[in-house]
Design a protein around this ligand. Structure first.
Ligand code: APR
Length: 240
């Protein structure tokens, strides 16, 4: 039962693939997850891209096409986070590990995609980042500098630095509530955010289908499908 936290002034929410599962997108490490059918080292590292760029582009093209499928839409968990953010009087930061666009489509504003975005592409020649909804190919020309062969998904691969870590760490150091939703706690630095929040004296809560790798680090937990447990949990939280 979520307590009324009248003194809650600063909230950080972390989400992972589990929050998008009921929208029809697969997670990574569940039995039917993405890593059950394709290996990280073949499609999600800079080395894989250097070795076989066509295979890597195809992997993200297929996921980008899947996301454009009309059946994929934000679910009640995404929507409840956007609604709470709009009503909350304090600071609210949503950090997602997900590269889908369901949080922004649900209306979330103060949002960081720490692992990048499937619907953006980056030019390795000039650094330009822009929205990209079509397929990317090894000879796709950059819309900014015109050079071909330098375009890649604007996604963080294993071994690369996640985005906006300074801003995320700053928020964690000053939050009084940290809520982790739909993540297995397998991948750092995201898996370490709960420790930073505890160091800041924040209340820590895990909302997940099942206990994550870091379950014992959370003071509170509610287990169940995100679409069923997240709206109710945030509905009980004082918006200040
Ligand atoms: N509701 C809530 N949680 C769910 C649901 C659901 N309907 N379905 C699955 N989950 C939970 C699983 O129990 C698991 O704990 O979501 C979590 C998904 O874990 P992962 O598949 O490991 O996904 P995630 O934690 O987001 O992975 C982190 O790893 O591969 C990289 O870059 C990738 O961002 C990803 C990162």
């Amino acid at each position: 039962m979520a307590g009324v936290m009248a003194e809650t002034r600063s909230i950080v929410v972390l989400t992972g693939a589990g929050i998008s599962r009921e929208s029809g997108l697969h997670t990574f490490r569940d039995a039917d997850g993405i890593w059950a059918t394709v290996k990280v080292e073949d499609v999600a590292t800079p080395e894989a891209f250097a070795r076989d760029p066509v295979r890597v582009q195809d992997f993200y093209n297929e996921r980008r096409r899947g996301l454009a499928n009309s059946g994929i839409a934000p679910n009640p968990a995404h929507r409840s986070l956007a609604e709470f953010e709009a009503a909350f009087a304090g600071d609210f930061l949503l950090v997602t590990q997900n590269i889908d666009n369901l949080h922004e489509r649900a209306g979330s504003n103060n949002l960081i995609h720490m692992h990048g975005e499937l619907c953006k592409a980056r030019c390795e020649e000039c650094g330009d980042v822009g929205e990209w909804l079509d397929d990317l190919f090894t000879d796709t020309a950059c819309p900014a500098c015109g050079k071909a062969a330098g375009m890649r998904p604007h996604v963080v691969w294993f071994g690369e630095m996640p985005f906006e870590m300074d801003r995320i760490n700053e928020a964690l150091e000053s939050c009084d509530l940290f809520v982790s939703i739909g993540t297995s706690g397998n991948v750092y630095p995201a898996a370490g955010f709960v420790q930073a929040a505890r160091m800041a004296g924040a209340r820590t809560v895990e909302l997940n289908l099942e206990p994550s790798q870091g379950a014992t680090l959370f003071e509170e937990a509610v287990y169940g499908p995100a679409g069923a447990i997240v709206p109710g949990w945030f509905a009980n939280l004082d918006t200040g």
